[in-house]
Write a protein that binds this ligand. Structure first.
Ligand code: FAD
Length: 389
């Protein structure tokens, strides 16, 4: 059991955060920077939930889908924050975030794939996104190991990547350095309530007083049986299997993040190549399956056959925290003093800086950031999104 406390705690009343993933730690860091006393609790080690399994793509452009315009505005706000966030967090933590800005290349191996890709590309251009259509030959000039005969590609220079694990470690370090209190391997088991409002959290028999509690428990948020019914977040785990292959860092097979049908490949500077990810409705089933691995390798091999020579360094199963409408849930719940910061689905790393700012601002000044307005928990109230899936 680890309990880490810095020695310059502020005297103002405290805020408790349930969950030390990128969301909980980012909010916590912003709050201690503003002089608040913050206690973060995690049932395991910090950063080992969904955050650990992630691929760290900051894909706001190429990922834009019909019906997600409000989410796009939030994603683009996050994208604008990222370069400054990296500089500030690296300086505050002393940890390199592995930020890479080569961009994302989305390729269509066949003519059918190219038609589908062009349809999405035109939709995304209509949203004002800055994307570039490339011929197969142009795509191969960017990435010479791509299979010959690629039918077309889209390049998004503004979609970057970060090492999600380094990000979590950096947030933890910056939070502790700024005066935060982190309790790892301490599961929050209840809320302390008085006259209908939150007064703290329970960790077994131990009470930790707090004027506000933030639920940032990622894919577990919907399972917290001690959360009052009125504040329950409709969040479920969506399983993803991911493989890590090993490239020679001096002669990597890829330098851009590569998207192809049913697959993405994310090259890290140290030579790791992440291959992900399955999308499965299997609850918290942690099994790595033959079918899942086969699906990933087959889909990766089609655009990039040279992967067959690479060693498999790691396999990983993680769970996306997915809300009923696939968008994050950010804001005050129906229970006074209880704030939700969850449901980030496939974009929680991208949205980490904007989540941190939005929730910290809400707690410090009561203000709701304009871009976060559409993502309050009240949208799930009976009659509003009741039929959404
Ligand atoms: C395979 C995969 C690939 C992904 N790829 C990307 C990507 O490329 N780009 C991107 O932006 N996003 C991606 N995501 C999504 C992203 O990883 C998540 O949205 C994000 O990490 C969520 O962060 P979080 O802090 O909300 O949750 P988590 O990181 O899960 O943190 C929640 C924490 O809460 C703790 N907790 C739970 N219950 C309790 C309790 N009762 N008491 C105390 N602690 C508790 C857990 O132990 C956990 O550490 C991916 C996700 C997966 C699974």
């Amino acid at each position: 059991m680890t309990d880490q406390t810095s020695n310059n705690q502020s005297k103002s009343s405290s805020i408790a955060i349930v969950g030390a993933g990128v969301c909980g730690l980012g909010i916590a860091w912003r709050l201690v920077q503003a002089g608040r006393t913050v206690e973060v609790f995690d049932k395991g080690e910090a950063g080992r939930g969904a955050t650990w399994a992630s691929a760290g793509m900051l894909a706001s452009g190429v990922e834009a889908e019909p019906g997600e315009q409000a989410l796009l505005a939030l994603n683009l706000t996050a994208r604008r924050l990222w370069p400054g966030f990296v500089r500030e967090l690296e300086a505050a933590s002393g940890i390199d975030l592995g930020y890479r800005d080569e961009g994302i290349l989305s390729v269509a191996p066949t003519r059918d794939d190219a038609e589908q890709l062009r349809f999405t590309y035109e939709f995304q251009l209509g949203l004002g996104l800055d994307l570039q259509w490339l011929t197969g030959a142009e795509a191969r000039r960017l990435e010479p190991h791509l299979r010959a005969g690629i039918a077309g590609a889209v390049f998004s220079a503004a979609d970057h990547q970060v090492d999600n694990r380094q990000l979590a470690m950096a947030l933890k370090a910056a939070f502790l350095r700024a005066g935060g209190i982190l309790h790892e391997n301490r599961e929050v088991t209840g809320l302390d309530m008085e006259a209908g409002r939150v007064r703290g959290v329970w960790v077994g028999e131990e009470r930790h007083g707090a004027e506000a509690v933030v639920l940032a428990a990622g894919p577990w948020t919907g399972e917290l049986s001690w959360v009052p019914e009125a504040a329950r977040a409709p969040v479920r785990p969506v399983k993803g299997q991911v493989l890590t292959l090993g490239m020679d860092p001096q002669a990597p097979l890829l330098t851009h993040v590569l998207w192809a049908p049913k697959i993405y490949l994310v090259p890290r500077r140290d030579g790791r190549l992440l291959v992900g990810a399955t999308v499965e409705e299997k609850g918290f089933d942690e099994t790595l399956t033959a079918g899942g691995v086969y699906e990933l390798l087959d889909a990766a091999w089609r655009p990039l056959p040279a992967i067959e020579e690479l060693p498999i360094l790691e396999t990983c199963v993680g769970f996306r925290p997915t809300s009923r409408d696939d968008a994050p849930i950010l804001g005050a719940s129906a229970v006074e003093g209880l704030i939700l910061a969850t449901g980030h689905h496939r974009n929680g790393i991208l949205l980490a800086p904007v989540t941190a700012d939005a929730i910290a601002r809400l707690l410090l000044s009561g203000e709701i950031m304009p871009e976060a307005r559409d993502f309050g928990p009240d949208r799930f109230a009976r009659g509003k999104l009741a039929d959404a899936v």
